[in-house]
Design a protein. Structure first.
Length: 445
C-alpha cells in the first residue's frame, strides 16, 4: 500500500505564513515554541501590551499541536484515587476543575477568534479491555462525582453497541463534556489570533541558547540572530532539548503514532462510532481513535515508544492497522491513506506542570492530554507574567502593588520531580524497558 507519511490534518488547512518582520533587538517576552502552549501565551501577552516574539525551530504548529488526535479531553492522566493520595482532596479538586475549565477555555477561544476548526462537544468514550477494567470505571465514576461533582456515565457491555461498533470490549465510560477538534486548524487559528493581537512569529528560528543576563533579563541566541528579553516562556513540550537543560531532565519524550483511512461510506462510519465519540481503551499501551470530520477512521497508539523516525513511522503503520482490525474487523478493506508520528511529553509524575524554573516560565508535561490543557496553561503562564509586569509598574509609580492576583494555576503549586536518583540526562535510555514493562502490566492487570 502507498501511504502518505504526513499528518492528515495538514491537508485540511493552510498554516498561515507569519507576517515578515525585522528581527527584534529586545522584547518583553520571548516564547520558544509555536504550538498551542506558545501561541496561547503570546496572544494575551500581546493584548496586555507586552512586546512578544515567538520562535519556532520549524513552522507554526510543526510539533505535537498539528499531529495529535484532536481529542479535547476532561480529566488528568492519573486516576482520582492516585491523585488524592498524592496531593490531597482540595488540590486534586482544583486540578480536576482546571481540566474541565480548559475545555470551556478552548470553546470560548474558538468562538471569540472565529476559528473554523470543527470544535464539537461529541464527548469521549473509554472502553474496558477486561471485565476488571469496567469495575475500575465504576469506581472512578463514583469518585469523580463524589470529589469533583462531575458526572460520567457507565455503559454496560450489553448496551455498548449504541456507542461503538466493536464487540471486543467489556463496557464503557462516557463523558459528555469532552470534545473533538481539528488540531491543525486550531493551531493555525491561534497563530493568526496571536499575530492580530500584535505578537511576532519567527519560523525556522531555532533557539540555540538562553542565558541569564543581569538580575532580570535574558540573552537569547537564535538561528536568526540574538536578542534580549525580560521574560522567556518555554513551550517546547516533547521537543524540549539541551537549550533548557533543567527542564529537559524533567521531561521524557515518548513517540505516539496515528494512521488515517480513506473516507468511509456513511453507513459504515455510523456503525463504527454511532455517536462520533473520542474513543480510547483502558490499557497502558493504549489505542485511541475517532472519526475525522470528513468520515475517515483516525487510529492512534504507542506503536513504538521512541520518538518518530521514518522507520518507526513505517513500522507503526503496520502495527496500528493490525490493532485497528482487532477493534474493527469491518475495516479490513479500508485503505490507509496517512501515517505519521509525533512526540509526547511525560513528566516523571505524569502530571502537567506550569510555572517558573530558574526564572524561566514554562508549561509542559501534558502526557498525551494536552490539546485543551496546553492551550489553557499557555494562557495562565501569560496571565502570571502580565501580573508581575503590573506589580512592577505599580511599584515604580507609587511604591504599591495592587492586590489582585491572576486566576489560580493549580499546577504551579505541585512539586515537579526529576528522575529517581538523578538517573536521567534527557536521553530516554530506559524506554525499551519501560515499553516492555507496560506491555507486561497490560497482560497482568
Ligand atoms: C501523535 C500524538 C497524538 C496526540 N493526541 C492527543 C489527543 O488526542 N488529545 C490531547 O489532548 N493531546 C494529544 N496529544 C498531545 C498534544 O498534542 C500536546 O500535548 C500538545 O500539542 C502540546 O503543545 P505544545 O504547544 O506544548 O507543544 P508542541 O506543539 O509540540 O510545540 C513545541 C514546539 O517547540 C518547537 N521547539 C522545540 N525546541 C525549540 C527550540 N530550541 N527553538 C525553537 N523552537 C523549538 C518545536 O519545533 C515545536 O513546534 C497528542 C500528541 C501526539 C504526538
Amino acid at each position: 500500500m502507498t501511504i502518505n507519511e504526513k499528518t492528515f490534518w495538514l491537508d485540511t488547512v493552510e498554516i498561515p505564513i507569519p507576517v515578515a518582520r525585522d528581527f527584534p533587538q529586545r522584547v518583553d517576552v520571548a516564547v520558544i515554541g509555536a504550538g498551542f502552549t506558545g501561541l496561547s501565551a503570546a496572544r494575551p501577552l500581546a493584548r496586555g501590551g507586552a512586546s512578544v516574539a515567538v520562535f519556532d525551530a520549524q513552522t507554526i504548529g510543526w510539533g505535537a499541536s498539528s499531529r495529535n488526535g484532536g481529542m479535547v479531553l476532561t480529566g488528568l492522566k492519573l486516576p482520582a484515587a492516585t491523585l488524592i493520595a498524592r496531593y490531597g482532596k482540595e488540590a486534586t479538586a482544583r486540578m480536576y476543575a482546571a481540566s474541565l475549565a480548559s475545555i470551556d477555555f478552548v470553546e470560548k477561544l474558538v468562538r471569540e477568534e472565529n476559528i473554523a476548526c470543527d470544535f464539537a462537544r461529541s464527548g469521549h468514550l473509554e472502553v474496558a479491555c477486561k471485565p476488571k477494567h469496567f469495575d475500575d470505571f465504576r469506581r472512578s465514576a463514583e469518585e469523580t462525582v463524589l470529589h469533583f461533582n462531575h458526572r460520567q456515565r457507565l455503559i454496560p457491555k450489553d448496551q455498548l453497541q449504541s456507542e461503538i461498533g466493536s464487540a471486543i470490549y467489556h463496557g464503557g465510560l462516557v463523558d459528555d463534556s469532552s470534545a473533538g477538534v481539528n488540531p491543525a486548524r486550531l493551531v493555525a487559528g491561534l497563530a493568526s489570533a496571536a499575530e492580530r493581537a500584535g505578537a511576532a512569529i519567527f519560523e525556522h528560528s531555532h533557539v540555540d541558547e538562553v542565558q541569564r543576563e543581569g538580575a532580570r533579563g535574558w540573552k537569547i541566541a537564535t538561528q536568526r540572530g540574538t536578542l534580549r528579553a525580560q521574560n522567556v516562556v518555554v513551550a517546547t513540550s516533547g521537543y524540549t532539548s539541551r537549550v533548557t537543560p533543567a527542564l529537559q531532565k524533567k521531561i521524557i519524550p515518548i513517540g505516539s503514532y496515528i494512521i488515517v483511512t480513506e473516507v468511509l461510506p456513511e453507513k459504515l462510519a455510523a456503525e463504527l462510532s454511532p455517536r462520533n465519540r473520542m474513543i480510547y481503551d483502558s490499557k497502558n499501551y493504549l489505542y485511541y481513535y475517532r472519526l475525522t470530520p470528513d468520515r475517515r477512521m483516525l487510529f492512534g497508539g504507542r506503536a513504538a515508544f521512541f520518538p518518530e523516525t521514518s522507520s518507526t513511522i513505517r513500522r507503526s503503520a503496520e502495527i496500528l492497522r493490525s490493532g485497528m482490525l482487532t477493534v474493527y474487523p469491518q475495516l479490513r478493506d479500508a485503505k490507509i491513506e496517512y501515517v505519521w508520528g509525533g512526540t509526547l511529553d511525560f513528566a516523571f509524575d505524569i502530571m502537567p506542570h506550569a510555572g517558573q524554573l530558574d526564572g524561566l516560565h514554562f508549561s509542559l508535561g501534558y502526557a498525551g492530554h494536552g490539546v485543551a490543557m496546553s492551550t489553557y496553561l499557555g494562557d495562565k503562564v501569560a496571565q502570571s507574567i502580565l501580573q508581575s509586569r503590573n506589580d512592577d509598574a505599580g511599584r515604580a509609580k507609587n511604591g504599591q502593588v495592587k492586590n489582585s492576583r491572576p486566576d489560580e494555576n493549580p499546577f504551579a503549586q505541585i512539586p515537579f520531580p526529576s528522575a529517581p536518583l538523578g538517573l536521567y540526562n534527557g536521553r530516554p535510555w530506559f524506554l525499551p524497558a519501560a515499553g516492555l514493562w507496560y506491555k507486561l502490566l497490560d497482560w497482568l492487570t
